[in-house]
Design a protein around this ligand. Structure first.
Ligand code: SAM
Ligand code: SF4
Length: 332
């Protein structure tokens, strides 16, 4: 079992399959200048399968495929097929920007993806294009419809809230959770790989969402952890709503005590925590099951009790070094 020194059981692995992306969301990666890995640095599908096989023996049950944009990695369906055949793995989810999802959804479902999180930070075409630096909203909306059609369940939308960019759309997203069977997950803008003035000026605590409910006279009911794959989200439902909404607030109120996840980057680094720089490269252990298992244990031993993202807000000194990677190089 993957249990760390704080008694947290790890049964969830997030796998980034590429650091490349067809968008350039302003909160995730810079417009230009970020160097991408040479393709020969990516773990191959065989290597990822080997790592996950060991992880499953150690108790990992759930996987999430992420990136960069996972759908720019060629033949991703082949990887999903391999992973779903590993004994012990009973859930494989996908986080995507949705641009290529409509065409691929059926094949991904057949390969073994059970549910999707689609990133969607604005419901207004021009603003969506501005935040993503060029994204076409209509393709994401089409992907959402296709996700229902092929039977992904649940369909979740990831909304990173940014002051001055999309905070005036909170009501629209809440209304969407009333009208559609969708879980809208509001996410605080995290200082991953950049925590300067730009981040501080744009960061918005998620209390704002509950405040909008109060202003509108909507009384959200807090849900038990009933929605599949809830993870760190605190979930609510508005009266009469077909869907729900969730709050993921790592900065204003961290949920590290219930952290159950490890991350594997596209270049083969196990990350115990999203925020800190510690990494353990699996490439040195490939081909040796015991070495891989030991590496997982070392990653767990290095996992700190908590991240300290909130300290970035006030420029306070931190106990470890934050990662220099951007979110697209980790997978979120
Ligand atoms: N490209 C895919 C996508 O956008 O869904 C998967 C990778 S993306 C890095 C994973 C998630 O991280 C997305 O939902 C994205 O909105 C979120 N994300 C990226 N940068 C973030 C940041 N600085 N703070 C909070 N969430 C962030
Ligand atoms: Fe690409 Fe996803 Fe990052 Fe946007 S959030 S730049 S879609 S990796």
């Amino acid at each position: 079992m993957l249990i760390d020194q704080f008694q947290r059981v790890h049964d969830y692995l997030r796998i980034s399959v590429t650091d490349r992306c067809n968008l350039r969301c302003r909160y995730c990666m810079p417009e230009e200048g970020l160097a991408f890995l040479e393709p020969n640095r990516y773990l191959s599908f065989e290597q990822i399968t080997e790592v996950v096989t060991v992880a499953a023996k150690l108790g990992v049950r759930r996987l999430r495929i992420t990136g960069g944009e996972p759908l720019v990695r060629p033949h991703l369906e082949q990887l999903i097929q391999r992973l779903s055949a590993i004994p012990g793995i009973d859930d494989i989810a996908l986080t995507t920007n949705g641009i290529y999802l409509a065409q691929r959804a059926q094949a991904l479902k057949e390969a073994g993806i059970t549910r999707v999180n689609i990133s969607l930070d604005s419901l207004r075409p021009e603003r969506f294009a501005k935040i993503t630096r060029g994204g076409d909203l209509s393709r994401v909306l089409e992907a959402i419809e296709t996700s229902y059609e092929v039977g992904f369940d649940p369909v979740k939308l990831n909304v990173v809230l940014m002051k001055g960019f999309n905070d005036d759309e909170i009501d629209d997203f809440l209304r969407l959770s009333i009208e559609r069977n969708v879980t809208v997950r509001f996410i605080e803008y995290m200082p991953i790989g950049h925590e300067g003035e730009d981040w501080k000026a744009t960061y918005l605590p998620l209390e704002t969402v509950l405040e909008r409910c109060r202003v509108n006279g909507w009384e959200p009911v807090m849900l038990e952890r009933g929605i599949k794959g809830n993870g760190p989200a605190q979930n609510y439902q508005l009266p009469g709503a077909k869907g729900a909404f969730g709050l993921i607030h790592p900065v204003s109120d961290h949920f590290c005590q219930s952290c159950n996840r490890l991350r594997l980057t596209a270049d083969g680094n196990l990350k115990p925590c999203l925020y800190w720089e510690d990494e353990f490269n699996v490439k040195q252990a490939l081909g040796d099951e015991q070495k891989l298992a030991d590496l997982f244990q070392r990653a767990l031993e290095a996992k700190p009790e908590t991240h300290e993202m909130a300290k970035a807000l006030h420029g306070e000194e931190k106990s470890h070094n934050p990662t220099l990677r951007r979110m697209s190089q980790i997978g979120g």
